[in-house]
Each structure stands twice: as structure tokens, then as C-alpha cells.
Design a protein around this ligand. Structure first.
Ligand SMILES: *Cc1c(COP(=O)(O)O)cnc(C)c1O
Length: 374
């Protein structure tokens, strides 16, 4: 089966992991700080690594001080973790609809959902295309709430020339194998606000603090550390950070290859009937994480099944988050975000990853032509 996404691992990646395995550190060692510095160079803001994109969201929400009764406004067109990280802290998730073309959080819908209980607005850079952060920032500034960017798809993208990582108060990344770069499992939180990033760092280290300046009893002895707030062990091991640094050196190449494959799809699929191709926005320079087409005329399920039967592992991104029974059981109902629901009804992600060959891509195009007829 040709996957819809997969990692690219070369000899330098393997060598970096092998070197880490033979060193004194398997978990927190010098490669963690090195990877965090390498990430900062791409993200434009200091970063703290964590175990995956889901825990990055959990830690970022914890850093905002979310408590039960707070509301978090987000998009339903995302992986469930964008919402569940807030829900697990007791917050109420409020879904606002998406833009018709990008499937990113619609700033007007987010603004209309703001109440006196709102504490965070969370955007997602769907398919690698950054959300409209300038408009979202105006809303969060005037409401006095946090702006969070779930950039699981978009490390390496820029918005009006500014890197993803500098656009929100807190930005989260995922390094799952299907994402733009991988550490197996892995993630990070970026922030330009040191006090927020410090809370993320505390949270991912079981809440433990060693900085003498912050200790309540600094004279206890040099073994002393203190826990001031509960946290979890979300540390990303040294061995995986070694892979992350090696992968980051290849990110520009990954971005170029994904752009080339996107341009080929755009060209080769332009005249296929019943298909709508992904949105372009002039203010963004995206890393193309997904190639999300829209299959018209109610044929998405048929096209999905026939491509899968032909060995082409297409994917659907995403089931609207509030359709999951965990939200349904809390009283969320279908129909809340009609634009997201009609996007979902037509969406199909075609295979796109750095090592996808032109000839495999041609096979995808031919199979699609065969089904839709042209
Ligand atoms: C992948 C993904 C996550 C979760 O990341 P994991 O590393 O798989 O935990 C969160 N949000 C979005 C939008 C994602 O695509």
C-alpha cells in the first residue's frame, strides 16, 4: 500500500541516533538542548521539547492556567488532541467554524464565539497553511485571551514572512512519522513569552524546579528540588532529539520536494472533472503537509474505497472533532459547524511525503482519472 504520508530516514539520521545510543545519555542530555536550539532557528522562538504533539497541546494549555469553567475556542477540522488537551484540564471546548477554502479557523466565527469565560483561542494550520494570525491576534488582544497555534502540520511555514512559532502566544509541533519531520514520537512547544515557556518546561518535568532563584527553601542542600505545581513526565529522550536535529537539517529539502509534488498534482489534476484542488493564499509560504482535494457529487466514499483497493493509501482529514462520541455524550450535536462538515464530506488527502517518487505520484493521478473519468 502506498501510504498517504511517511518518514524519510537517511544515513545521516541513522548515524545521529547510533552516536546518541553510545553516549552517556539516553534521555535528558546535551542533545535535548541542541535540538531545542535547532528548533528555535526554524520556529523563530525558544522551544521546549515534549513526547508528542498531543502532550505538547496538553502542556501548552496547562501553561495558560486553564481551569474548569474556562472556555477554549477552536476549529473542529483538526485531530482530536487540539480539543482534548483543553478538555482534560476541565475547560469547555467551543467549536467555531472554518474558512471555506483553507479549512482553517474562521476569525469571524471565532470572534462571535468569544464570551467572558473565553481564555484561549486555538488555531490549526491545516495542511501546512498558516491560519490568519493577524486577524486572530486582534481578536485575542481585544478579548485579553491567549492565542495558541497547533502547528503540527506547519513547522517550516511562514505567514507574511514570519515563521510559524512567532505568530501565537504558544505554538505546538508534532514529530510523528507522517508529519514534516520526525523523531518517531515527539513534539515541542514554542513561545516568545518566557514565563509561558517556563510553565511548559515545569509541566513536562513532573513540576519539579531546581533553579535556586525559584526555590522556596534554597538552603536545604544542593540535592534539593521542589514541586510547586503538578506536572507529568513528558520529556523527549536524547536519542530522539538526535534524530530531530538530523531531520531539521533536511527540512528545507523536504519543503522543496513537497512544494514540487504539490505543483505536479496541481498541474496533473487541473482538468479532472468533479475534483476541487487545495487553496492557495498569497500571504503564506506553506510547507505542504497534506494535499487535500475535494471530491464533488457525493463520490468521496467511492473514490476512497476504489483508491484503497488499488493500493493507494488515501486518508480523510478530519472527522469533525465534535462528532466523536466523547463530545456527542457531552451534548455536542452535528450541524454546529456546517462549513467544516461540508468540507469533511468531500475531503480526501492524496499521498504526499518527501520520498514520494514522480512515478508513484503519476500512478495516483492515473487511478484518480480512471475513477472520475477524463
Ligand atoms: C498529529 C497532530 C496532533 C498530535 O500529534 P501527535 O504527535 O500524533 O500526538 C495534533 N494536532 C494536529 C493538527 C495533528 O495533525
Amino acid at each position: 500500500m502506498l501510504p498517504y504520508g511517511r518518514q524519510s530516514i537517511d544515513d545521516a539520521d541513522v548515524a545521529a541516533v547510533v552516536a546518541a545510543m553510545g553516549s552517556d545519555w539516553l534521555t535528558t542530555g546535551p542533545r535535548v538542548a541542541a535540538f531545542e536550539a535547532d528548533l528555535e532557528a526554524v520556529a523563530g522562538a525558544p522551544c521546549v521539547t515534549v513526547t508528542n504533539g498531543t502532550t505538547a497541546l496538553h502542556a501548552a494549555y496547562a501553561a495558560t492556567g486553564l481551569t474548569p469553567g474556562d472556555e477554549v475556542i477552536t476549529t473542529p477540522m483538526t485531530f482530536v488532541a487540539t480539543a482534548s488537551g483543553a478538555a482534560m484540564l476541565g475547560a469547555t471546548v467551543v467549536f467555531a467554524d472554518v474558512e471555506e477554502d483553507t479549512a482553517n479557523l474562521d476569525p469571524a466565527a471565532a470572534e462571535a464565539a468569544v464570551t467572558s469565560r473565553t481564555r484561549v483561542i486555538s488555531a490549526v494550520d491545516y495542511a501546512g497553511v498558516p491560519a490568519d494570525y493577524d486577524r486572530l491576534r486582534k481578536i485575542t488582544d481585544s478579548a485579553g485571551v491567549f492565542l495558541l497555534g497547533d502547528a503540527a502540520h506547519s513547522i517550516g511555514s511562514t505567514y507574511r514572512g514570519r515563521p510559524v512559532g512567532t505568530l501565537a502566544d504558544l505554538t505546538t509541533f508534532s514529530f510523528f512519522p507522517t508529519k514534516n519531520l520526525t523523531t518517531g514520537e515527539g513534539g515541542a512547544v514554542a513561545s516568545t513569552r518566557p514565563e509561558l515557556l517556563e510553565r511548559v518546561r515545569d509541566f513536562r518535568t513532573v513540576g519539579s524546579i531546581r533553579d535556586p532563584q525559584r526555590l522556596r527553601r534554597p538552603d536545604e542542600g544542593s540535592w534539593h528540588y521542589e514541586v510547586h505545581e503538578f506536572g507529568l513526565n513528558y520529556r523527549l529522550p536524547d536519542v530522539l532529539c538526535a534524530l530531530g536535529s538530523a531531520q531539521l537539517r533536511r527540512l528545507a529539502g523536504f519543503k522543496a520536494r513537497r512544494a514540487r509534488l504539490t505543483a505536479r498534482y496541481d498541474e496533473l489534476l487541473a482538468d479532472v472533472p468533479g475534483l476541487r484542488l487545495p487553496a492557495q493564499r498569497s500571504e503564506v509560504d506553506p510547507i505542504r503537509h497534506l494535499y487535500p482535494v475535494r471530491v464533488k457529487d457525493g463520490r468521496r466514499r467511492e473514490v476512497y474505497d476504489r483508491l484503497r483497493a488499488a493500493g493507494i493509501g488515501v486518508q480523510v482529514n478530519y472527522i469533525p472533532v465534535y462528532w466523536h462520541p466523547v463530545f456527542e455524550d457531552l451534548g455536542y450535536r452535528r450541524g454546529m459547524c456546517p462549513v467544516a462538515e461540508s468540507f469533511y464530506a468531500e475531503e480526501l488527502s492524496l499521498p504526499l511525503f518527501a520520498d514520494l517518487t514522480d512515478s508513484d505520484q503519476d500512478r495516483v493521478v492515473e487511478a484518480l482519472r480512471g475513477i472520475l473519468g477524463s
